[in-house]
Write a protein that binds this ligand. Structure first.
Ligand code: AMP
Ligand code: FE
Ligand code: FE
Ligand code: ZN
Length: 278
């Protein structure tokens, strides 16, 4: 038997990943993984097809989602796990994010149009014809490349739609506190996503005072040395030490599935919680 490995952070075509939920399950299995959570941005749509696919493949799958929030104007991603997939509060929050994204995408497209780079809302919807629940900047960046406005997705972010760039729009803010409350109302576990990416020291300090259940100590291509820092903090705060790759497929080819993962002991904490919640 292979060593047990679970990747708790990856994206499907329901947000900005390039593999469908079924393909993700198969990809995980082919790479020898036995546990998985699909954490699309602001949607749990993947689970409609991922649950039967995982059952068939013998993959241990737990619910997950990556919520976009802000704290004092700083963008913060929160991972939620082990909530019931039918919980109305989670479904409601995802629906609110769909509306937020529609409005925000419109604002970004308007700014791009003013700079001579028109993209219509119809064109954006067609980038993800199968599902359009969680369209965002990566999809806009792909269109900017295909229309010849920029040579690469990276450049689209750097010059135009990244935070602080001229065509960036924040959209309606969702507070960390409110998202945490909803996750806990749904009996889910709330995890601080990729703490490495939180540049602002005060933001991290404030997050650590909030009622999170876990911290993503093992993330993407970050090396062991870096994980040690987060393991130390998580141990001190009694947080579950989660991990995952943040695999997006073709959109971010430098990050392979499973480049960060967790062991069975940690997976079982979340899995038990998930099963008890159903
Ligand atoms: P959104 O949720 O619409 O704000 O888009 C955020 C997503 O864009 C992130 O989850 C990343 O997948 C992607 N992203 C952010 N910055 C970059 C970048 N510089 N290059 C490529 N993708 C990026
Ligand atoms: Fe993403
Ligand atoms: Fe993220
Ligand atoms: Zn992610």
């Amino acid at each position: 038997m292979n060593e047990f490995k679970a990747d708790l952070h990856c994206h499907s075509t329901c947000s900005d990943g390039s593999l469908t939920p079924e393909q993700l399950v198969q990809h995980a299995k082919n790479l020898g993984f036995q546990g998985l959570s699909i954490t699309d941005h602001d949607t749990i749509e993947a689970y409609n097809t991922a649950v039967p696919a995982a059952k068939e493949a013998g993959m241990r799958l737990i619910s997950g989602v990556e919520f976009s929030t802000t704290l004092d104007g700083v963008s913060v991603h929160i991972l939620a796990y082990s909530f019931p997939l039918t919980h109305p509060e989670i479904i409601n929050l995802c629906q609110k994010h769909t509306v937020r994204r529609q409005m925000r995408n419109r604002a970004i497209l308007e700014k791009l149009s003013k700079m001579g780079m028109p993209i219509s809302e119809e064109e954006l919807l067609q980038v993800s014809p199968r599902l359009n629940y969680s369209l965002g900047r990566p999809h806009i960046a792909m269109l900017m490349v295909s229309k010849g406005y920029v040579p690469t997705i990276q450049e689209a972010f750097k010059k135009y739609i990244g935070e602080g760039a001229p065509c960036f729009a924040t959209g309606e803010p969702f507070r960390v506190e409110d998202t945490l409350r909803i996750i806990h109302e749904a009996k889910g576990l709330a995890v601080i996503a990729h703490p490495q990416l939180i540049q602002d020291v005060k933001t991290l300090k404030n997050l650590l005072e909030m009622p999170f259940d876990g911290m993503e100590c093992f993330y993407g291509n970050f090396q062991n040395q870096d994980s040690k820092r987060w393991i130390k903090i998580a141990a001190r705060k009694n947080l579950i030490m989660t991990g995952g790759s943040d695999f997006h497929g073709k959109i971010k080819p430098s990050i392979p599935f499973g480049c960060s993962f967790i062991d069975e002991k940690t997976f079982e904490i979340l899995e038990k919680h998930y099963i008890a919640n159903q």
